[in-house]
Design a protein around this ligand. Structure first.
Ligand SMILES: Cc1ncc(COP(=O)(O)O)c(C=O)c1O
Length: 363
């Protein structure tokens, strides 16, 4: 898929759609590659096998009660505070479509951060207030509070910087916008940290929305299953426009299996393994003189600043290893993001990095 629209269709397509640069998803940007080591999409390499049963001649439930309850139990909220969607990505789009008037309202974003907030806003002709993170990757509170958005997106742990945003900062934003905007805290990577989720603040803050996914710690990126946690009024507003059958029956079956107690325990054990591999990788990367900066991380990925990100990425790709360039993100010149794979993949990556920098030094 190239994103190019030919002449005849171009006359029909909305100008706001033509203006969009599609999200360069990890899959889209390297489609067709034969690489073996995928460390570019923050997926979880430690997969589990699931079984699907039954017949599929009937339309599925829009919001199956059994899955709502399973996720509510896992997240410690009530089932009427949960919406299930095709990944967290669909939830981002539903929030913008439900709460923002095109050409009138705005959302506030804090880059460098996840790219889909801006793309979803642009596709709905919703304006964006850009308030960069501070030099130490925290929220610039005075600048955020000076904006008048309908939605504020806060990603914690933040993709791609890997740090959490302190709850005290989030509470300041929630308080300020208590009656004027929703504060959307994207917790796609929450399982990788031990600190508690902001979901416990839902009782106090009717304007809080929390995004979750099975794509990361649960190792189910291919399933496309995400969750929105919010008070029932917000959930009901999203239900107004959600597709009639957003969740395929096999998705629901697998998601329910992934949320059983044993499966959650297994997921948590895998998180321990991944976090250990991440910490080992950070130590290793800090020891390589060719790496200028290694960011700390509370998630399953690590940022590295090098002399020439494009050159390094090509060299790794030639060895079948895919990592992601972040150089087009605000403040991240010559920065690559490495997702944490399994032990063997991390060993291959470390060997490849060692060889690359040894060669660079000898030139
Ligand atoms: C911060 C963040 N939010 C949301 C998503 C999308 O998650 P999903 O796969 O559930 O659509 C991603 C995917 O990389 C992400 O990094």
């Amino acid at each position: 898929m190239t994103g190019v629209i030919n002449d005849a269709i171009s006359k029909l397509a909305r100008s706001s759609v033509k203006a969009i640069t599609p999200y360069a998803s990890a899959r889209r940007s390297i489609s067709g590659t034969t690489a073996a080591t995928w460390l570019n999409a923050n997926e979880n390499a430690l997969a589990t096998e699931y079984q699907v049963a039954g017949e599929f001649n009937r339309y599925p439930d829009c919001q199956p009660a059994i899955l709502l309850q399973a996720y509510a139990n896992y997240a410690g909220v009530a089932s009427n505070q949960v919406l299930i969607s095709r990944g967290a990505d669909e939830a981002i789009e539903l929030l913008i479509r439900s709460f923002c008037e095109p050409k009138q309202d705005s959302i506030t974003l804090c880059p460098p951060t996840y790219g889909m907030y801006a793309i979803s806003a642009q596709s709905q002709q919703v304006n964006t207030n850009i308030v960069p993170l501070t030099a130490d990757c925290q929220l610039d509170l005075p600048a955020i509070l000076a904006t008048k958005p309908k939605l504020v997106f806060i990603c914690s742990p933040n993709n791609p910087t890997g740090n959490i945003i302190p709850q005290a900062q989030i509470i300041t934003v929630l308080e300020h916008y208590k009656t004027s905007a929703l504060v959307v805290v994207d917790e796609a990577y929450i399982e990788f940290i031990s600190q508690s989720s902001v979901a416990s603040l839902l009782k106090q803050y009717p304007n809080l929305v929390v995004l979750r996914t099975l794509s990361k710690a649960f190792a189910l990126a291919g399933l496309r299953c995400g969750f929105t946690l919010a008070n029932a009024d917000v959930i009901n507003a999203l239900k107004q426009i959600i597709a009639p059958y957003p969740l395929a029956e096999p998705v629901v079956q697998i998601a329910c299996q992934a949320l059983q107690t044993d499966a959650i325990n297994e997921m948590q054990q895998k998180v321990v393994v991944i976090n250990q591999l991440r910490n080992n990788f950070i130590d290793f990367a800090k020891g390589l003189s060719g790496i200028k900066k290694v960011w700390p991380s509370d998630a399953n990925f690590v940022l590295l600043q090098v002399a020439d990100a494009t050159h390094l990425i090509k060299a790794l790709q030639q060895q079948g290893i895919l990592v992601r360039n972040q150089s087009n993100q605000l403040g991240l010149a010559e920065v690559v993001r490495v997702s944490i794979g399994n032990a063997e993949q991390m060993q291959n990556l470390q060997q490849a990095l060692q060889n690359y920098f040894n060669l660079q030094e000898s030139i």
